[in-house]
Design a protein around this ligand. Structure first.
Ligand code: ADP
Ligand code: ZN
Length: 718
């Protein structure tokens, strides 16, 4: 056996050669243990050796792991992503190799099976036997959970010999979703799209689809049919969701359709769940998984379809470590797996919209809400003409609409995409403004927690009594509203109503999930929320949506400000009136109601708005008609950072299709005490952007406190 090259999941320049010991049957993709300096690390056989050193000169592989080799398409994906985002391939491989506990076969599992039942049968004990009859042998802890009894009930039964212990090899497998479990009656329009998607899945081969349907059109039900087709073809399905931890409702619908829940992949899994899930996928036994963006890097073998739900969502962009856009990489992953990919949304990203318009993606439209439900009516309130009363943020009409919804026994949602109580705190005596000591950002007051917090680095301090600057007591003023302040105001109007606040810093994910469940169950009258409330949730009783500040975000001045605001507001408004019994209504407070984004929302003429945006982007050769990349240099020592960007600027190669803007201090010039400088590269579509960056950066090794990161197709312009 010749030497092989092995890629190690670390940010090294490339694979290293190792010798294969006699009798060790490695194949491309095999996971192995190798020496690296004085350490032992995992690695993956990547290909033939690159050097020509004789075998005795290079170090041998230590061990071959007992796990199926990584498929060729996954290895190609790692190389492709590394090339595209300009990250070391080992750093990308690390996304695959995050769960080393899964590289060895699972330990045998000790499970309990029913024995002769005891004479004394309590209700709890009966439930234990019922759970076993229904689901088969289980580990003690799982059995207690399944039966809804305390651990001691199970333990006593086991000790009395009424349950018998067995060793079961390996992990418990995930249940099998049943393609035919419960088909819904689809409308003619839904059926046409579902059939076409299912056909594409059955035909196999790479085909990108854009499923573009209004909120409440039943996109989920439609793409479920593509999943059913994959199951019938004995292929696997992967669904990417932007807020996977908050999707209890989605899981219920999946279970209703397929008879069991899907496998999950997100940051909230326990280490044990993570290990089991990775291993089961490596063994090709997971049929449908719903996951966050990193699920793209799981060791899939037989992908039959990938679905990206809410494809426009900025949350698909991973902003640290390996910087990539999971929506775009899902398309690449499908191409390498030779399967269709379905991008689903009510408000496509401009990129996907153009791809569909120009025929690169197959376009499917769902133009009506399911059943008799209508899209919400949208009304703009001109805040210049009729501002809210002094000290308030809600105009009287808005408050009246909330009251009317409560009177009808329906729900009202007030939306403001700003956490906390107030975005700025200042001293009325001396004018001092509270800023983060580590970032160029104001401290945000969180009144429920009695803290000031920086939303960029998380720095917190108690709300001071006396001004830090002039020492005056009780002179601090909160400027502007956040969700907490709106909550305070609305509770003042409706003290009897049940009000729930929902934002990402209200308790952990579990608390948020519970709040969403309670809202869905009708246990709230008023919901005040940030963007986490905007996504995908289906609240049957919600009929009124009030947007506190529709201008927020439009003025950001970045490339996608208008597009994003449109997406967010139409998603939020789309929460209203999703059932035929309730016509939805949305009211938007604005200081610039003539703005095209807001006009497009009111008129419902999305496509004209998109066409205008497209024309503007085309003229400016901005994405998707040109390409962008950002080079961010940061340093704790600003002189060091500045010297580095100056050297870079001096060596900037000329190119007729690539323009470099900068270096300039980044718009957020300091985050976590790091000073930041930015180059923005603007290139034509054909220009060899990555090659250009690679040759420019080649001589530069960041030293001292300097760090350099490359962001291809940036979304974040801070
Ligand atoms: P979207 O994802 O397009 O916003 P959903 O898939 O969430 O829409 O569907 C909206 C609601 O309508 C859900 O409660 C869904 O179960 C229901 N629904 C959609 N299509 C059907 C159908 N054909 N039969 C029954 N209910 C449907
Ligand atoms: Zn900070």
């Amino acid at each position: 056996m010749p030497n092989v090259s092995i890629l190690i999941p670390l940010a090294l320049p490339g694979p290293y050669d190792y010798a294969v010991p006699l009798h060790m049957a490695v194949a491309p993709g095999s996971i192995v243990r190798v020496p690296l300096g004085s350490r032992q690390v995992y690695g993956v056989v990547w290909g033939e050796a690159e050097g020509d050193a004789p075998a005795h000169k290079i170090k041998p592989i230590i061990a071959l792991c007992d796990v199926p080799p990584l498929a060729e398409e996954l290895r190609q994906f790692v190389d492709w992503v590394a090339n595209y985002v300009m990250a070391p391939p080992g750093a990308v491989l690390r996304q695959v190799m995050r769960v080393p506990q899964a590289f060895a076969p699972p330990k045998p599992l000790s499970v309990l099976a029913p024995g002769a039942p005891p004479e004394k049968m309590t209700a709890a004990r009966r439930r234990v036997y019922e759970a076993l009859a229904e689901r088969g042998a289980m580990a003690a802890s799982e059995l207690a959970r399944a039966a809804g009894v305390s651990a001691s009930v199970v333990k006593t039964l086991a000790q009395g010999g009424y349950l018998t212990a067995h060793e079961m090899p390996g992990d418990k497998h995930f249940p099998h979703p049943d393609a035919t479990h419960q088909r819904l009656d689809l409308s003619a329009q839904q059926k046409a799209v579902a059939d076409s998607l299912a056909e594409s899945v059955m035909a196999q081969g790479f085909t990108p689809h854009l499923l573009d349907g209004v909120t409440g059109a039943g996109k989920t039900e439609v793409y479920f049919e593509a999943i059913a087709a994959a199951l019938e073809a004995d292929k696997k399905a992967l669904i990417l969701l932007p807020e996977i931890a908050l999707t209890g409702q989605f899981l219920e619908r999946f279970e209703a359709r397929f008879g069991c829940p899907p496998a999950l992949w997100h940051s909230g899994l326990t280490a044990a769940e993570r290990r089991r899930t990775w291993r089961e996928i490596a063994e090709n036994r997971v049929e449908v998984l719903v996951g966050a963006r990193s699920a793209l890097f799981l060791p899939w073998r037989d992908l039959g379809v990938i679905i990206v739900d809410e494809e426009h969502d900025g949350g698909f962009k991973q902003e640290d470590g390996v910087i990539y856009n999971a929506r775009d990489m899902a398309v690449v992953r499908s191409r390498l797996a030779a399967c269709p990919v379905i991008l689903s949304t009510a408000t496509p990203s401009l990129e996907s919209y153009v791809n569909a318009r120009d025929g690169r993606y197959v376009a499917h439209r769902l133009t009506a809400r399911h059943g008799a439900a209508l899209l919400p009516e949208i009304e703009l309130v001109d805040m210049r003409a009729a501002p809210p009363p002094q000290g308030a943020w809600l105009v009287p009409q808005m408050v009246a609409q909330v009251g009317a919804a409560i009177d009808r026994d329906e729900q009202a949602l007030l939306f403001l995409n700003r956490r906390g109580y107030a975005p700025l705190t200042l001293c009325r005596a001396c004018g001092h403004r509270y800023a983060c000591p580590a970032c160029d950002a104001w401290m945000v007051e969180h009144r429920f927690r009695k803290q000031l917090q920086c939303h960029h680095c998380g720095h917190m301090e108690p709300v001071p009594q006396n001004c830090h600057s002039c020492g005056e007591a009780d002179k601090l003023a909160a400027c502007g509203p956040g969700v907490e302040r709106i909550t305070e105001e609305i509770i003042g109007h409706f003290p009897e109503a049940r009000t729930i606040v929902l934002s990402s810093d209200m308790g952990g994910v579990a608390a948020q999930r519970e709040a969403i469940q309670r809202i869905g169950a009708g246990e709230a009258d008023i919901i005040v929320g940030t963007q986490i409330i905007a996504k995908g949730h289906d609240f049957a009783k919600l009929s009124f949506v009030g947007v506190v500040d529709a201008d927020l975000g439009i003025g950001n001045g970045d490339l996608r400000a208008a597009e994003r605001t449109y997406q967010l507001l139409s998603q939020v408004a789309g929460r209203a009136g999703r059932r035929a019994e309730r016509q939805g209504f949305a009211m938007l407070q604005s200081h610039s109601p003539e703005h095209p984004v807001l006009q497009a929302l009111v008129s419902g003429d999305r496509d004209s708005f998109f066409e205008r945006e497209i024309a503007a982007r085309q003229l400016a050769e901005m994405p998707p008609f040109g390409r962008l990349a950002a080079l961010i240099v940061s340093a704790t020592n600003p002189q060091e950072g500045l010297a580095f960007v100056r050297q870079m600027a001096a060596k900037m190669p000329p190119h007729k299709e690539i323009r470099v803007l900068g270096p300039a201090p980044a718009p957020m010039a300091r985050i976590r005490n790091r000073y930041r400088y930015r180059f923005l590269l603007k290139a034509s579509r054909q220009a060899p952007l990555q090659g250009y960056i690679a040759s420019w950066l080649k001589p530069f090794k960041p030293r001292g406190s300097v760090r350099l990161s490359v962001d291809i197709d940036p979304y974040n312009f801070l």
